[in-house]
Design a protein around this ligand. Structure first.
Ligand code: NVA
Length: 380
């Protein structure tokens, strides 16, 4: 076995960061309407009057986002972290496969949605939306580089779903809120259970235990695939649910671990009682995030995420956290809990799919696979 050091090694969301990939906004497009996604303008009057835009985003908007992404990268570099960036890809190109077509793709601002590191493994998610089918491509050169220079690195790509019409339950979008409420314990969303489907951002790494949110972007079959894939390596995969989130996608605005023993929780999206036991049975504390600085109506016009992007913080280490500059209530809370808080502007990135956690993909964090949950609940 070669003596070269490992490059790919990351087991948690909070261990001390050494190498990371930060997204870029070049050639980003508006997400198209498709069976797995119904983007809408934030303003309800405008949303009822004009359709969501299509095609490429304006150059100036791309530039503003790139400036904030560059600021994020610069702060990490100043902390001694090696920062890598995805390669360029033309998201304005249409996609045509044997099963579907879309007029354009999306962007490479959120590597977190697509790519995930489980220890020494890099896994490419299946993805759940058509416009994101090829979103692994901007990261492929980096993955090849890691694979060639790190002899311990394992590379896997989860099986691509067809994304054909039959993979989606389009009625989901027509359900009135009362019906959604009545069915909230069913956890049935816009994807069926017929194929393996997951976005990487529905997973959250807590050492030996991985939690995966069942959502509009990750189905039970996808979680089952992750279980069979990861458990032979000694990891444990736990599905988690947030029944009051009627449009769940990606866990990192809902349930965000900050350090061993502490989770930042969303007060409007409590975790299901049965799923709580893993945490409470091992002495973990839930700390509710304060109300965000913006209301949902004040979020940027084209942004498809909720006000809870405030919670999409990024840990440089178990004691250092990056937070959006205008989220002063959250900053105060984190300071009161003993964290060192780094505040950066990031609102121009929001319409590209996320905030700091979404816009990053950690490649190496110091530390090994720790068992933080020795008391495993017996699931009913
Ligand atoms: N779907 C989440 C955003 C995840 C980045 C939310 O809107 O809260």
């Amino acid at each position: 076995m070669s003596k070269r050091a490992s490059i790919v090694n990351s087991w948690t969301e909070w261990d001390e960061l050494e190498e990371v990939v930060i997204g870029r906004a070049d050639s980003a497009c508006f997400e198209p309407v498709e069976p797995g996604n119904r983007p809408e303008l934030r303003d309800s009057f405008l949303a009822a009057t004009i359709p969501f835009p299509t095609g490429r985003k304006r150059d100036a908007v791309v530039q503003w986002a790139n400036e904030e992404l560059a600021g994020f990268a610069a702060l990490l570099e100043a902390q001694g972290v090696k920062v890598r960036r995805p390669h360029c890809h033309d998201f304005g190109q249409p996609i045509q496969t044997p099963h579907f077509s879309v007029p354009n793709q999306y962007c490479a601002v959120c590597p977190r949605d697509v790519m995930i590191t489980f220890g020494n493994e890099i896994l490419e998610a299946t993805m759940s939306r058509r416009a994101r089918f090829f979103e692994y491509l901007p990261y492929r050169k980096l993955v090849y580089e890691y694979w060639q220079s790190d002899p311990h690195m394992i590379w896997n790509a989860a099986p691509k779903p067809t994304m054909a019409d039959a993979m989606y339950n389009v009625d989901f979008w027509k359900w009135p809120t009362a019906h959604r409420h009545a069915r909230m314990q069913d956890f049935e969303f816009c994807i069926t259970q017929d194929e393996v489907v997951f976005d990487a951002a529905d997973c959250c790494r807590l050492g030996r235990d991985i939690i995966v949110q069942e959502s509009m972007t990750t189905n039970r079959t996808g979680i089952h695939w992750l279980k069979r894939h990861l458990e032979p390596r000694g990891l444990r995969v736990h599905p988690v649910h947030f029944p009051l989130d009627f449009f769940p996608s990606h866990i990192d605005c809902t349930f965000v671990p900050l350090c061993p023993g502490m989770i930042l929780t969303n007060p409007e999206r409590p975790i299901r009682e049965n799923d709580k036991r893993l945490f409470l049975g091992n002495g973990w504390e839930f700390v509710d995030a304060p109300q965000p600085a913006l209301t949902n109506d004040e979020m940027p016009l084209f942004c498809q995420s909720s006000k809870w992007l405030s919670m999409n913080v990024f840990s440089i280490s178990p004691t250092k956290i990056i937070c959006e500059e205008r989220e002063s209530s959250l900053q105060k809370l984190l300071l009161s809990r003993g964290f060192e808080v780094y505040a950066l502007p990031f609102r121009n990135v929001f319409e590209f799919g996320g905030s700091f956690h979404c816009a990053s993909w950690d490649i190496r964090r110091r530390g090994e696979c720790v068992d933080y949950f020795p008391n495993q609940p017996e699931y009913a």
